[in-house]
Design a protein around this ligand. Structure first.
Ligand SMILES: *Cc1c(COP(=O)(O)O)cnc(C)c1O
Length: 385
């Protein structure tokens, strides 16, 4: 099976991890701050906080922004469930903003309409989570302008998007947001096996997130409320979690970050080859915005179902049966039973639902060979033809 995504681990990556295994630190040690620095400096943010997953990063980002009971978090229905669940973890309520039919990102115009309506009933969101679907940035300038007008905070879910650019700057510089979150799961652009980093330009937010990832415990005298009892002393000053990243993971991340641009460039070459090959196929290839450079985590096509004989499901099954490890990103969140129990219904986000009926993610990853890609194209042709 040719998978839809796969990590690229080289000898340097292996050596970096083995070196940590023989060192004094297995869990959070000196490599964690180095990894944080390598991510923050690469994307152009002032601070980085590494944790054990992007899900954890989203959670502590929401907590640091003060999200809680009685608040609303809004995100896109076409994303991994973690982008929404983080709001529920904090006791907040979650709602969705339908997607743009071209980019599949949260639509800034729909956001504006929904904000105007929410303002009238006093239910404005405290946090909005734009997700850079497939690695292509959202319209962050427009969303940021709306945040000023309506007073919400922004967490960019850039789990797909490290190495991508918006307006000639790396996604994650937080010019238009409070916090940006990256995932380092093996199918993403760069991996630490499991891992996440939250970056921000705000020192206070980074300190809050640092505290929350490690039980709410501080060893910094300036943050303590009482005089130290002795050299062993530390204080718990907030209710935190154990979301720490290990030094093994951080070492892998530092080593992988060196190849970030190479990985993204390779993904673009694969995407370009697909674009050319699929020119006359009965489907839409990914639309690319003029002012952005996608990280191309995913290559999603949308079938023109009126022009092909197979149904969406049949096409998907036929591709899998012929060894192409296609996937579908994502089932709209509001259609999951857990969310339907909260009152969400089919029909609420029509663009997202339309997308779900047509989308297929094709294999794209740096080590994909030309031969594998030809095989994907060949099988696509026979399945759609
Ligand atoms: C992968 C992913 C996450 C969660 O990342 P983990 O590191 O696996 O917790 C969150 N949001 C999006 C959009 C993702 O793709």
């Amino acid at each position: 099976m040719i998978p839809y995504g796969r990590q690229d681990i080289c000898q340097d990556d292996v050596d970096a991890v083995v070196e940590v295994l023989r060192s004094d630190f297995l869990t959070q040690g000196p490599r964690v701050p180095s990894f944080e620095e390598s991510v923050a400096s690469k994307v152009g943010a002032n601070h980085g906080v590494a944790v054990n997953s992007a899900t954890s990063a989203l959670h502590i980002a929401c907590l640091a922004l003060g999200l809680g009971k009685g608040d609303w978090l809004w995100t896109s229905p076409i994303t991994f469930v973690a982008s929404a669940n983080c709001g529920l973890y904090c006791g907040a309520q979650v709602d969705f903003v339908d997607i743009d039919p071209l980019t599949y990102n949260l639509c800034a115009n729909s956001l504006e309409e929904k904000l105007v309506a929410a303002e009238k009933v006093g239910a404005l969101p405290k946090v909005v989570v734009p997700v850079h679907m497939c690695g292509q940035p959202c319209d962050m300038k427009a969303i940021n302008d709306l945040s000023k007008r309506f007073g919400f905070k922004i967490i960019e879910d850039a789990s797909h998007a490290i190495g991508g650019k918006y307006r000639n700057a790396y996604i994650g510089n937080c010019e238009f947001s409070d916090i940006t979150v990256f995932s380092f799961h093996p199918v993403k652009i760069v991996t630490t096996a499991e891992g996440g980093v939250a970056v921000t330009n705000c020192a206070e937010l980074s300190e809050k997130m640092r505290l929350l990832r490690s039980h709410g415990i501080t060893r910094d005298e300036k943050s303590m409320t009482k005089e130290a009892d002795g050299p062993w002393y530390y204080e718990q000053i907030a209710l935190g979690l154990n979301y720490r990243m290990t030094d093994l993971q951080a070492a892998l991340g530092i080593s992988q970050m060196k190849r970030l641009d190479e990985f993204v460039k390779r993904r673009h070459l694969i995407a370009d080859t697909y674009d050319k090959a699929f020119g006359s196929f009965p489907m839409k290839v990914p639309y690319q915005l003029y002012n952005s450079y996608s990280a191309y985590h995913l290559y999603v096509v949308r079938l023109n179902l009126l022009e092909i004989q197979n149904s969406h499901k049949e096409a998907f099954e036929a591709l899998r049966a012929r060894g192409i490890g296609v996937n579908l990103h994502y089932i709209p969140i509001h259609l999951h039973p857990y969310y339907q129990k909260m009152g969400f219904e089919f029909g609420q986000f029509p663009e997202a639902e339309r997308y779900y009926k047509e989308a297929i993610s094709l294999p794209i990853y740096p080590t994909m060979s030309e031969q594998q890609q030809s095989e994907v194209i060949h099988v696509m042709e026979s399945v759609l033809g």
